[in-house]
Design a protein around this ligand. Structure first.
Ligand code: FPP
Length: 238
């Protein structure tokens, strides 16, 4: 869904990068870096709650991340379960609605069920929508949308002349969610890495050298100050 040009800040999306480097700098194993990521996630949820941001999407696991060593993938999946079980009470108290984007069916049964239970429990909440991108890839999302649209055409339910940008948006995984106003990437890398390819067409990008486990409330506020200093024109004139 197109973001509302008049709204201040509805949707923040974050590429949480640099856990491995954070751990290496301390002589720790990579998985310790993933464990340390939890506090930054807490802080991001907290800040979004305070600011009244409606959507926070966190890139937690990409379609490409499955190619990492088996032990690391398995650790991240366990961490996901631990994160959900350990935080669901608090998230629910904070009126957070937990959601996901991506190919959830790719996840092992344990974390998938934990997620589904948590989403069910928080489904009536009306505060921040915390969207975890899991087994998510922007190209996979576009491919899945194209398959659905092609199916509609092949059955005669749709004519190619009806394919508009709005129709494509309506076939994205979470079509009710406005496009991100800002995409933040930590750790100094300056690329999108297959994140929200369609949705970030008019997003502002903020890149920071801070590694994700060091990205706390203060760093997020700094990133948002950068966002606010930009002039968004959506291709038009001021
Ligand atoms: C990027 O750091 C991080 C990931 C690919 C995984 C992110 C996972 C988490 C933050 C934890 C699990 C998620 C939840 C919701 C509990 P990297 O490993 O690519 O770091 P590097 O670039 O320094 O190697």
């Amino acid at each position: 869904m197109r973001s509302d040009p008049k709204a201040d800040l509805q949707h923040i999306a974050i590429i949480m990068d640099g856990n491995g480097r954070w751990a290496r700098k301390r002589g720790l194993t990579r998985i310790k870096g993933h464990s340390a990521a939890e506090r930054s996630i807490h802080d991001a949820v907290e800040v979004c709650g305070e600011l009244g941001v409606e959507y926070l999407t966190l890139y937690a696991f990409s379609t490409e991340n499955w190619s990492r060593p088996k032990a690391e993938v398995s650790f991240i999946m366990k961490l996901l379960s631990r994160f959900i079980k350990g935080n669901i009470e608090d998230l629910d108290d904070k009126n957070v609605k937990l959601r996901t984007t991506g190919r959830l069916n790719d996840l092992p049964e344990g974390p998938r069920q934990d997620l589904e239970r948590a989403m069910e429990r928080t489904s009536g909440n009306t505060g921040l929508n915390l969207i975890l991108a899991l087994s998510y890839g922007g190209r996979a999302e576009l491919r899945d949308a194209f398959v659905q649209i092609a199916h509609g055409i092949s059955t005669g339910d749709m004519d190619p002349s009806e394919i508009t940008e709005e129709l494509i948006s309506a076939h994205m995984y979470n079509s009710d969610v406005p496009d991100p106003d800002v995409v933040i990437r930590t750790s100094g890398e300056q690329r999108l890495s297959n994140f929200l390819l369609w949705e970030s067409a008019y997003s502002e990008f903020v890149f920071t050298p801070v590694l994700w486990p060091d990205f706390h409330a203060e760093q997020l506020h700094n990133a948002l100050d950068q966002y606010r200093s930009r002039k968004r024109r959506f291709g038009g004139l001021e």
